[in-house]
Write a protein that binds this ligand. Structure first.
Ligand SMILES: CC(C)(COP(=O)(O)OP(=O)(O)OC[C@H]1O[C@@H](n2cnc3c(N)ncnc32)[C@H](O)[C@@H]1OP(=O)(O)O)[C@@H](O)C(=O)NCCC(=O)NCCS
Length: 157
């Protein structure tokens, strides 16, 4: 399903499930966003997963989110595994729109809570997650090769 989000520029941003044809653009954004980027194959494996979504702005992939829902001791837990917006498109609400849509998709697939890991130094992402009701749960030493992760979690209604 494609969902339209209004933008400040008056246009519409579409968020829809990722397709194979999006993957090169996704990998380009990933490489521009992370020091340890996911390779192409990692994204390929998530094609068809309802929580792998792209944001399309003016016909171009401007960002993406990869999320899934799994069962753990009778509970359904959503996991945001990756999210990034093209550097030229940041600060326009695209990351918020992706997060919002991913949470709705995970709720529709039965998740009662959602977790994610974020680099301890990534204040911008942590601020965004806090705006969406995520709270820090614990620190995972050396989760990334060169840095600790903070696990953040929020409940879904
Ligand atoms: C984190 C990330 C996904 C956020 O994406 P984004 O599209 O810039 O996010 P948003 O625009 O929705 O919000 C980011 C900021 O812009 C502000 N903003 C939102 N809409 C805005 C608008 N229309 N005009 C101006 N600013 C706006 C938000 O308040 C927020 O400000 P803050 O950082 O001071 O709180 C993006 O910065 C990114 O790709 N970073 C690199 C990858 C990364 O770190 N991913 C997270 C891994 S855990």
């Amino acid at each position: 399903m494609t969902v339209q989000f209004p933008t400040d520029r008056g246009g519409d941003l579409s968020i829809r499930p990722a397709e194979r044809a999006d993957l090169l653009a996704v990998v380009r954004i990933e490489n521009a966003s992370f020091s340890q980027p996911w390779p192409y194959d990692a994204f390929d494996r998530f094609l068809g997963e309802p929580g792998f979504l792209v944001a399309v702005d003016d016909g171009r992939v401007a960002g993406y989110v990869v999320a899934d829902v799994s069962s753990n001791v009778g509970r359904r837990i959503g996991h945001i595994k990756d999210i990034a917006v093209h550097p030229d498109h940041r600060g326009n609400g695209i990351g918020s729109a992706l997060l919002s849509r991913a949470l709705a998709v995970m709720a529709a697939h039965g998740a009662d809570s959602v977790k994610l890991e974020v680099r301890r130094s990534n204040d911008k992402a942590k601020r965004l997650y806090r705006e969406f009701g995520f709270e820090p749960l614990r620190r995972v030493p050396d989760y990334y090769d060169d840095e600790d992760a903070i696990v953040m979690i929020r409940k879904l209604d």
